[in-house]
Design a binder for this molecule. Sequence first.
Ligand code: PLP
Length: 629
Amino acid sequence: MAGAKKKKTKADDVEVKALFLGPKSENHEYFKNTLNFLMDEHMHWRRDFHPEDAEISSAHEMRGEKYQETLDRTTKVLTELSAKLKMTSMPWFSARYLGHMNSDTLMVANLAYMATLLYNPNNVAYEASTATTPMEIEAGKDMATMLGFDPKTSWGHITTDGSIANYEGLWMARNLKSFPLAVKRVKPSLVKGMNDWQLLNMPVKKALDLVDKVRKAGCFDAVRNETVRGTGVGEGKLGVVLVPQSKHYSWVKAADVLGIGNRNFVEVQVDGHFRMDMGALKKAIDSHVAKKIPIMAVVAVVGTTEEGAVDRIAEIAKLRDAYQRKGISFYFHVDAAYGGYSRALFLDEKSRFMKYDELKRRLFSDKVFVGNHSYPSKEIYESYKAIPAADSITIDPHKMGYIPYAAGGIAIKDRRILDLISYFAAYVFEAGKSSPSMLGSYILEGSKAGATAAAVWAAHRVVPLNITGYGEIVGRSIEGAQMFTRALEATKSLKVGNKEFMVQPLVATPDFNIICMAFNEKGNVNLEKMNALNSKIYSESSYASGPVYRNDWITSNTELSKEDYGDAPKEFVKRLGIPAKEWDRVGRVRVLRVCMLNPFISNFQNHEQLWKGFLEILKRKIGEATSRP
Ligand SMILES: *Cc1c(COP(=O)(O)O)cnc(C)c1O
């Protein structure tokens, strides 16, 4: 058409329903045929390797008694395994499962994993994984790019999980912090005129430039031996790590195993949205600096494990820059283990972070959202935009990447930092290649499944890491959470027998796709009684009350305590009719927790019926919870 705008090509746009096996195994034919094909491929691969070599079993031998008995025993055990799996496993695929960070996983990832498993590659060394080490590096690059890092200077790889990624992040932060001091001991001329405080506050980029200078001066190994990895951590010398109260518990373990010590691990109060409180963060930095205690690292979370909260990344980045101008520097790690993949929602086909209005428009024109939501707020948008301000980022493919376990990941802004954690095969980015030949030298783990890397790599090739692919899947999960929250808010009363109950979401507008909620009997002002009710509802809605296969709704639960969260949950408890002084007395509230990863709930044709169905189930659960002793 003359004058008409060129239509956007949507070649990559995916049909979400064609990506998963489906709650009723709708895609079983495709899945089985393809699996069969991949297994045939593998069998041929074996046979075609030196076809002249003889077989080890003859047909005659295979009919033998012992041979058959061995196969029969194998079948028997596998049948038993299958029975056990079917009896007690969690039905992640179903809309009735609304609990932990689980959902159906991508067909392509499952098939890629199963196909690769038979080749059994080990990504610790290139030699043992010539096919899958490059996939790990490529998938790492995909993640780094999605998170906003420059693919030319950044690096990323697959870890077993988010915990390991967090350990790696803190490992790098720790070693980097000690590097300038080590330079002073080995080659003082390179840091002439700087005192220890200044060396401990060297900005990340400057410290990495110093690594280059040290290498040029020919004393890199000597300096590195003088860093914390040679000397040990020493009592608080390298300062403190600041984390929000909402942190994942892997950080506590990280502070322990990396020798930082729990007492140098400082938790910052969260606000009513369960985001790190900016005033409290500033105060924590100031109070340590006043005592001449350096800040080793600040950790922020995108998608907290319990609430799905998104810390104010843009504000924290600004604060970091402002302190840097005042001579106070720290490493900045973003723990986006849960929320990392949701940055795809904000990217267009060219991995460009969209303008706010453009994004809002496309959420509807691309039919990511079917309803009208205020998501994302400007604030959330800015937080996602600022993620690449971090020095490193944790991201879990086995959460919002819809990949089977175990697949975590980390992306690093400036890959020069790897030299500070590597062993033997030092800095081996071979000329012209972006993959090191020996991953095991740069990472925390040793032997690791190449099948995982293959699964993530293959998923990234089918599902674009932008609004047309992962963005759409994640967007649907966010919309599901928004709808669930609205449905809870609209529920003024749940009548069960002659009793009346109320329900409240933890926050009115969840930052992401997790909904926490609690029920209370109307008129009850006793927090312990309310907690007991929600504990019972949980046990009626989980493995605790019997085989989940017969359960009609399965969820997860958690406890928000004063010890962990200060008074952040106080307002929520008040909304449920519990007086403030009761919160002060009991100091803990039990909540049901729904991680809405399922991408098929928001696109359900008849929403009203869906939510009515959920509310009926919830009523039944309250009934069961209150009728049983
Ligand atoms: C899940 C999670 C982790 C840990 O990841 P695993 O893969 O379970 O080890 C770390 N941080 C956050 C915010 C998480 O949600």
